[in-house]
Design a protein around this ligand. Sequence first.
Ligand SMILES: Nc1nc2c(ncn2[C@@H]2O[C@H](COP(=O)(O)OP(=O)(O)OP(=O)(O)O)[C@@H](O)[C@H]2O)c(=O)[nH]1
Ligand SMILES: [Mg+2]
Length: 238
Amino acid sequence: MKALLIIPTYNEIKNIGRIIPAALGQAPELEILVMDDNSPDGTAAEVARIMESEPRVHLISRPGKMGLGSAYVSGFKYALANGYDYILEMDADFSHNPNDIPRLLEAARKYDLVIGSRYCQGVNIVNWPFKRLLISYFASKYVRAITGMPVKDPTGGFKCFNRRVLEAINLDRILSDGYAFQIEMNFRAWVKGFRVHEVPIVFTERIDGVSKMSRRIVWEAVWMVWRLQIMKLLGKIK
Ligand SMILES: Nc1nc2c(ncn2[C@@H]2O[C@H](COP(=O)(O)OP(=O)(O)OP(=O)(O)O)[C@@H](O)[C@H]2O)c(=O)[nH]1
Ligand SMILES: [Mg+2]
């Protein structure tokens, strides 16, 4: 069984050197692909240094900040081309706890898409301002109300795909980039009839490094769910 953990990075120099060993320690068969967008802080150089002694780490450097969604799409294509069976997503900033990786992989034996969920056992978020928590929580309700997709945490970025799912989805047709990207991947997998499952995780606000959250990313998600649902009704997503 080959598993690839994709970590997108933009200016994560304070986290990358710690998150890589923390993740590699979770499973002997796990490899890592860092998707870096030419971080000005030298994140890619740090990854290259780690790679000198760690063959389980891979790096793709893009010329500039091109967005989270397209970073994942490039990573997915790399994973498919290189024969990985399970493809995981995780942030670099320790918001996702690497210790949860084995539970995601375990569930991925039975399900096609496993989502680490902040909202499947109450609300599991540490250190978020109340306003941000409210937006995220009601966003998840909103997505469900519009699309009917039975996922409690549709915007989360800690998940594990079986390669079957990524093979079935036309990755060149993905429309969205920020939080909407996570929604869209879940939606397309669910519409195709794949088994989607959530496992509870605790999400912790980043301690080091700078957030790339923006209003644009939130608004993209607000209208994207309508676009996705309308495309489904028109038979353009099936
Ligand atoms: N390659 C690449 N990675 C990105 C880009 N934008 C964000 N990332 C990475 O994607 C992950 C999630 O981004 P964050 O900035 O943590 O976004 P967030 O979790 O919504 O917000 P905070 O945790 O508050 O910072 C982190 O590992 C980022 O470094 C991008 O344009 N390109
Ligand atoms: Mg984060």
